[in-house]
Design a protein around this ligand. Sequence first.
Ligand code: ZN
Ligand code: ZN
Length: 298
Amino acid sequence: MNPAGKTMEICFWGTRGSYPVPGRSTLVYGGNTACHSVRIGDKSIIFDAGTGIINLGTALVREKKPVNAMLIISHTHFDHISGLLYFKPCFVKSTQLHIYGPTEVVGDISKVIHNLSKPQSHPIEFDQMGMHFSCNSLTGGDLFSWSASAKAPKKVSASRAGKKDAIMISAMYNRRHPVHGVMNYRVDYMGKSFVYASDIEGDPLQGDSDLARFAAGADVLAHDAQYTEADYAAGRQGWGHSTPAMAVKTAKMAGVKRLALIHFEPSYDDKKLRQMERETKKLFPSSFFAVEGKSIRL
Ligand SMILES: [Zn+2]
Ligand SMILES: [Zn+2]
């Protein structure tokens, strides 16, 4: 297949923040926690492993093709890792899972991952599940290249950015989340781009200028939008999450084409989110609230 013909498919698997909320009141936007994916050809880049990753795993296994995925973790708050033990491709021998986690935020990601599956927590440890996997640390400013012929992504310097048709993945450390901050990520491929910026608190007046530079010109910016203006003002400052208006400020500054709002407050039902979405579209017409299981093709 000619790589130039490959599309970038972005899918939202877990749009909820904090904890899962299955049930009738969350059927539209979804109740699973943080997980989103970018698919390019036979490669997947997965952002976070909240409970949304469970449905992604089921979809991948159903395809009956070897899974080759880079799983990049923004931070290890429980809503971003709690689905990993139930990711079905972990139990398939042909799976290659390259896990990356930010040093600034979690220290050694390998320790966090291995602790998750210790016998006190789970009957089978990751090492015994059958897949091939590796745990790798990354840091703010890192750049990775994943070419069509390469089995795994490779860290590169900005001046040697790799082949023209390679998938490029970059990381930006963001302090705007308690306690140790969070990593934001950007994927570029053949002129298409996606930015993942969850669990950040923009400045109510100015947005986030560092993130705006990082996300400049992106096709899609997925940005935290946990609270309404009223709830934010009623004591949620400093909790590390944004309102849709903060996300819009940054999206406008960055000149992104589309803004996907994610990481919804678990107590908000579909009706409330629909209302918030309507209000947000008035500020930024090409914005939308991400819906669990829906995808966009670029
Ligand atoms: Zn979160
Ligand atoms: Zn968090």
